[in-house]
Design a protein around this ligand. Structure first.
Ligand code: ASP
Length: 350
């Protein structure tokens, strides 16, 4: 777990944020001026991030809990600065997810989980709520930032989803960065894989590797954002589930399952047991409940998690066009953060 990259940009962002905070209310943008009361005015921008649903223990060593909080705080700060300075929701979610992909603490990019045969393969997707354009990649190896590859698919091809070798060839043709396999490996993920292998050996009946339910292999990172222009975007990136079978692709690159964004209704990023999120088309179902049932954001998210999914299946982050944020989960933990133009800035693990 050593050698974690510390982008120079982050301390600078903290400095810039400190300045913003020091200037305080005097710098509040006009868009935040209260209509009738401060409570009723929607925030000019809002962002939520997640670092995966799972079963992180409250007994986890303090240093690890603090490191997770610090990493989430840095990612949230990056999104906060981009949105506060007028950047797009799409840029915010891509950059935040790319930062988390480089962080070995999370199951995406560097630090992702191992497949049944000891490889690391990535799934990612991004969606632009302005026009429902989307890009996604599945079963990709070696690409440093799968989320950036997904965005290239969205912007530079007429397609939505690229997989495997074709996706890697496209990444090369776009000049995206590749890293050697060992760069993505961490001791922690290798230990989880070894533990998974021991359990498989014990289970003679297992015809295919099954994802463990105790959270040793959960993870995924994601972000949803509303920008000052009123646009929504969502992004999700993952290594999947420890011991996933050769060729298995989860919900994260499936638009409508793990990711969805529509300026009119909601932006959603999911984490959890991908197969369950796929069959319930969770991200789109949340949008559909808002669109067709007139459900509020909280009601729509809770309805899907509690009526369609089972306890322990995972979690969701979502943002509405009014900047409401919902971060909800049915697992013991979901690493997460929320910030908005009204000064909200929270990072939570449990
Ligand atoms: N949803 C991801 C997958 O099934 C895993 C996760 O979110 O932890 O690939």
């Amino acid at each position: 777990m050593s050698g974690r990259p510390r982008p120079v940009v982050v301390p600078m962002l903290f400095l810039s944020l400190g300045l913003v905070a020091a200037l305080g209310a005097a710098c509040r943008p006009a868009a935040e001026a209260p209509a009738t009361s401060a409570e009723q005015a929607p925030p000019a921008w809002a962002i939520a991030i997640h670092g995966g649903a799972g079963s992180l223990s409250r007994d986890e060593p303090k240093e690890r809990r603090e490191a997770l909080r610090r990493s989430l705080g840095e990612a949230l700060t990056l999104g906060q600065v981009i949105l506060d300075e007028g950047g797009s929701a799409l840029d915010a979610v891509e950059k935040v997810v790319a930062l988390l992909e480089d962080d070995p603490l999370f199951n995406a990019g560097r630090g992702a989980v191992f497949t049944s045969d000891g490889r690391i393969t990535f799934d990612a997707s991004i969606m632009d709520g302005r026009d429902l354009s989307a890009g996604a990649v599945g079963f990709v190896e070696g690409v440093r930032h799968p989320i950036t590859l997904a965005r290239r698919v969205m912007r530079r091809t007429p397609h939505v989803l690229f997989v495997g070798r074709g996706a890697e060839a496209f990444a090369k043709s776009e000049g995206l960065e590749f890293m050697p396999a060992e760069w993505f490996w961490t001791d922690r993920r290798r230990r989880q894989w070894e533990e998974w292998q021991r359990r498989q050996a014990d289970d003679q009946a297992a015809r295919h590797p099954a994802p463990p339910d105790d959270g040793i292999g959960f993870g995924t990172v994601g972000a949803v954002a509303l920008d000052r222009e009123g646009h929504l975007a969502a992004a999700t990136s993952t290594g999947g589930i420890t011991g996933k079978a050769w060729g298995r692709v989860g919900d994260s690159p499936i638009v409508g399952a793990g990711t969805y964004a529509d300026d009119r209704f909601v932006a959603v990023s999911c984490t959890g047991k991908g197969e369950r999120f796929i069959v319930h088309a969770v991200a789109h179902e949340i949008a559909a409940r808002i669109r067709h049932d007139g459900a509020g954001l909280e009601e729509a998210v809770a309805g899907v998690l509690e009526e369609d999914l089972a306890p322990g299946d995972g979690g969701v982050i979502a943002v509405s066009p009014r900047g409401e944020l919902v971060l909800r989960f049915t697992t013991p933990s979901m690493l997460r953060g929320a910030a908005d133009a009204r000064g909200r800035f929270e990072v939570e693990l449990f």
